[in-house]
Design a protein around this ligand. Structure first.
Ligand SMILES: Cc1cc2nc3c(=O)[nH]c(=O)nc-3n(C[C@H](O)[C@H](O)[C@H](O)COP(=O)(O)O)c2cc1C
Length: 365
């Protein structure tokens, strides 16, 4: 049986990962105003590579200036970012981990106050971070530019020495806003049925593939369901099947809790990972993430059908989490964590402050 520390090879690119652990994308607010990655942000990721993670993912990085969704966000929208991204890639590779850049556009979640432009989305919808109270529904020409911007960001990742990219199609940002039935009311080729609503994502993927070498990993992160946006499991499953046929290198399921009962499959209650992996046999690499803390959690997730185990919060508190998986009884202490603990784990004051937004994570002592 497969164990969390077993190595893995991506089937198409033949890229080898030293174990099954993935540090999932985590926003940490440490980049400079112009999106250039800071020393503190490189340090935070480098310590996790040193701690044994097979794959390190950057925080969500904006692919155009109007896609920025918060202060301190890493940017990949300009060639000026390449030098420091190259430094990041060198640091991560020096510890034998692979590096993925997470590419995203905030869409209706990119505040006008921050970007200076009206937040864009699939359709004109109410939006309290737009001065007019509404988003701007993008034209076909603007969609072409978005595809070009995502592609250029991926090419920059490749030029910087990254191993691949993850397209952020989860959590309600621009790509999800196109996918959602309740956020995409378009009547043109970019809307209507699932085929139309997922066209932006598919066209971004195809465009990137045409502009990077075959050895470069291109995968997609999806939320199996976001009901209030009109993203439902049934549609996500069809989409995953289609993306698998198109040859994507991985699908990253953002489950929040990989153990949650998520629906029926063959008359039995199952998790998202089980429902998806048991339903298809042509799937690419499956990464699944959410609420994994212990060795047993990691092993259970593999038993559910995941190839790679994504973690976020445990990787903040325990930079060498993968190394600890040598012990099959490993069960780290859960949050809250003291400021001292987080500082020792290599977090800057800015990041620790941000972590206060995650309920119950930081405790003052
Ligand atoms: C501080 C923090 C920042 C996050 N930022 C991102 C992000 O930039 N992109 C993303 O796709 N998910 C982001 N997430 C979600 C995580 O990748 C992950 O899916 C989620 O935290 C559940 O995993 P966990 O239970 O192991 O923490 C973030 C999570 C945390 C805790």
């Amino acid at each position: 049986m497969t164990l969390p520390l077993d190595s893995y090879i991506f089937s198409r690119t033949r890229k080898a990962v030293k174990n099954r652990t993935v540090l999932a994308a985590m926003t940490n607010k440490q980049s400079h105003q112009n999106g250039v990655i800071s020393d503190a942000e490189i340090k935070w990721l480098k310590i996790r590579a040193k701690g044994g993670f097979g794959i390190i993912t950057t925080a969500a990085a904006n692919i155009s200036e109007d896609g920025k969704a918060w202060e301190g966000e890493i940017g990949m929208f300009d060639d000026m970012h390449i030098d420091r991204l190259t430094e990041l890639a060198r640091s991560i590779h020096s510890h034998g981990s692979l590096l993925l850049g997470q590419l995203f556009h905030g869409g209706m979640r990119s505040p006008q106050k921050l970007t200076g432009t009206i937040p864009i989305s699939a359709s004109k919808i109410e939006c309290d971070i737009s001065y007019s109270g509404y988003t701007h529904s993008v034209s076909s020409r603007e969609i072409s530019k978005l595809i070009t911007d995502f592609t250029s960001a991926a090419v920059r990742c490749h030029e910087s020495g990254f191993d691949g990219v993850e397209l952020h199609g989860a959590h309600g940002y621009l790509i999800s806003q196109f996918l959602g039935k309740k956020t995409n009311f378009r009547n043109d080729i970019w809307g209507q049925d699932l085929c139309g609503r997922s066209k932006l994502l598919k066209d971004i993927y195809l465009s990137i593939k045409q502009n990077v070498p075959d050895s470069f990993i291109v995968g997609i992160r999806l939320s199996p369901e976001i009901k209030d946006m009109g993203i439902y499991l049934n549609d996500t499953m069809h989409l995953i099947s289609r993306l698998s046929d198109m040859g994507v290198d991985f699908i990253h399921l953002s489950c929040w809790d990989v153990f949650a009962d998520s629906g029926f499959f063959q008359q039995k209650r199952k998790t998202y990972t089980e429902i998806i992996t048991e339903n298809y046999n042509n799937l690419p690499t499956i990464i699944s993430t959410g609420s994994v803390w212990s060795y047993t959690d990691a092993k259970d997730l593999i038993l559910q059908g995941a190839d790679l185990i994504g973690v976020a919060r445990v990787g903040i508190a325990y930079p060498d989490w993968p190394k600890n998986l040598i012990d099959d009884g490993y069960k780290p202490k859960l949050p809250p964590f003291t400021i001292q603990h987080l500082k020792e784990a290599g977090l800057s004051d800015v990041f620790i402050d941000y972590m206060r937004n995650w309920k119950g994570f930081v405790i003052d002592e």
